[in-house]
Design a protein around this ligand. Structure first.
Ligand code: SF4
Length: 379
């Protein structure tokens, strides 16, 4: 099949199973499901991949696949192989990045080799911390020794891997954070994500916080951890390219860059989000409904105002920001014609800036991303 004149497409495949729920997590994932349910899910997912291939495959070239969750590394390597075989037989593919999200407590060298044989080329590992007290508080299934071992196995197999870390955790000090970051860097990940803990409704952390049983680091402490991360990562040769992501140059996550640059992506499985040709779609978060059979995707059209705010909201996550000319090309109007007054104020307050034709957040703006976005997008 011809690969020219096709639009690149990222595929996100959601695997909603975990060994147990972490105390802070509100992702769509279920603990304690047996092998029979996991197998039924994989079969259903493969059917959905085939259906999507028949529906959209003639226009697209799949170049990235991200198997996320949940804990996709709970599946057998043979199940991951079936999923990827189905992608390759249903779509025209030229895969430059195939990522598997993983929990360090769910694989050893043999299983990791199995995932590589299945076609995985990049591993994203949820390590979160290398402090055992912090890991326990988070409710993670692994300790620091297991996380270190998992990173070493990935390194021995010369695998391109990402490590997810979390800052602003109860009981986490700047010293603990710095120690974790430095020890992780020693293991050689090509990519590090560092997100602030968010208190999500319905989680044990949220309940404990509301009942006064959970104390978070202050905003100043949280920001000190963030700034320390930027300093350490820069010294170690990582490029900070997105608010919460840094990579050795050339190892930026190609799949996630699609989210931040308004490129097309298709989400399959439960609780997956798609963005195709400016339209959006979410799949069901109900496991029973998902397993029962295919549901017609419900696409939501977006109007021009939605597309403009999406563009600004997502592209400002990038440290380089966006090119004003790209905004003009996409919408036929200048960025300042649409956002001028709010943008002008934010520039005067040192929260946004323009350089070489790019609009971006300043360092000060990065510390206040949500209020800055709210002020800018409230047009
Ligand atoms: S392993 Fe990840 S997806 Fe699963 S409960 Fe913990 S944070 Fe959520």
């Amino acid at each position: 099949m011809m690969t020219t004149n096709r639009t690149p497409l990222g595929l996100y495949l959601h695997i909603p199973f975990c060994v147990r729920k972490c105390n802070y997590c509100d992702f769509v994932s279920f603990a304690g499901q047996g092998e029979d349910v996991r197998e039924a899910y994989v079969r259903r997912l493969c059917e959905d991949i085939k259906t999507a291939g028949a529906r959209y495959g003639d226009r697209y070239l799949v170049d990235t696949v991200f198997i996320g969750g949940g804990t996709p590394s709970l599946l057998d390597p043979a199940q991951i192989a079936r999923i990827l075989d189905t992608v390759r037989s249903s779509f025209v593919c030229s895969l430059s990045e195939v990522t598997l999200e993983s929990n360090p407590g769910t694989f050893d060298e043999e299983r990791l080799r199995g995932f590589l044989d299945a076609g995985i080329g990049r591993l994203s590992m949820g390590v979160q911390s290398l402090d055992d007290g912090v890991l326990k508080r988070l409710g993670r299934i692994h300790d620091s020794g297991t996380a270190l071992k998992a990173m070493r196995v990935a390194k021995c197999l010369d695998l391109n891997f990402n490590v997810d870390l979390m800052l602003g955790i109860p009981g986490q000090t700047l010293e603990i954070w710095e120690d974790t970051l430095k020890r992780v860097i020693e293991e050689g990940p090509k990519h590090i994500s560092f997100y602030s803990l968010q208190l999500e409704m319905g989680t044990p952390f949220y309940r404990d916080f509301k009942e006064g049983r959970l104390e978070l680091p202050s905003w100043e402490e949280n920001r000190a951890m963030y700034h320390k991360a930027l300093e350490i990562l820069k010294d170690a040769g990582y490029r900070h390219y997105e608010i919460s992501n840094a990579a050795i140059p050339g190892y930026e996550c190609r799949h996630n860059l699609k989210y931040w640059t308004m490129q097309d992506y298709l989400g399959l499985g439960m609780a997956a989000h798609s963005f195709l040709g400016g339209n959006r779609c979410f799949t069901t978060s109900d496991l029973k409904a998902f397993l029962a059979g295919p549901a017609e995707p419900e696409w939501e059209g977006t109007d021009e105002h939605d597309r403009k705010t999406d563009f600004v909201f997502t592209e400002l996550r990038l440290i380089d920001g966006f090119r004003k000319q790209d905004y003009q090309n996409m919408f036929g109007r200048g960025f300042e014609e649409d956002f001028g007054p709010a943008y002008g104020e934010l520039v005067r307050e040192g929260l946004m800036e323009e350089a070489d034709g790019f609009v971006r957040l300043t360092q000060k703006g990065l510390d206040q991303t949500n209020p800055v976005m709210e002020r800018l997008l409230n047009v």
